[in-house]
Design a binder for this molecule. Sequence first.
Ligand code: SAM
Length: 212
Amino acid sequence: MTDVLAAFEAAKGFMPPDEGLALYAAAQEAAAALGLPLLEVGTYCGRSTLLLAEAAASAGTVAVTVDHHRGSEEQQPGWEYHDASLVDPATGRLDTLPEFRRTLYAAGLEEHVIAVVGRSPQVARLWRQPLGLVFIDGGHTDEHASADYEGWAPLVAEGGLLVIHDVFPDPADGGQAPYRIHQRALASGVFTEVSAVRSLRVLRRGPGGFTA
Ligand SMILES: C[S@@+](CC[C@H](N)C(=O)[O-])C[C@H]1O[C@@H](n2cnc3c(N)ncnc32)[C@H](O)[C@@H]1O
């Protein structure tokens, strides 16, 4: 675990260590309890993927991480979170896949991760396997956050966890799309909140079916 935390802190990404520890605790709990895959929407350079991979490995399951690797709106040139070192000189487009692969390789966790390069709603439409944990940290517009919630939340197994990043009840702290899907999950009557560390919210799925 110490090695993974060091790799997490060294990796490019946006998640602070206290939220990372909360994500890791949730992933460990879900993986140990259900033995089902843990799925992340929003790989970026693999910072949070490392935590899911370590938890999955310790329970004999895998982490699946989905990203088109072209970056979210706020990561494009001229925006607040743009990193020019991640632009592919051959295409002029952002490409976080090579850095993600380096992150995973350096941490020795490649064999515990299935990386899916694609758009989250398209991948969700093909996915049938129940999941022990779904971590939503993809696009932060209403369009993207809603599609991630609608595509993936129904696939969380009973007793499994839905984790949402960047939940800001106060608009002064950040964009509202993740908060709105957090509110939808609670209003579904199927998810109850089990922990909150800053903007990272962990919800557990109870019994009963639902359509997001
Ligand atoms: C905030 S970053 C993820 C950060 C990462 N979880 C971490 O902790 O370092 C959001 C990522 O979501 C990806 N993304 C945005 N919309 C997406 C979509 N519709 N399908 C797949 N990936 C998407 C972007 O390419 C970006 O890499």
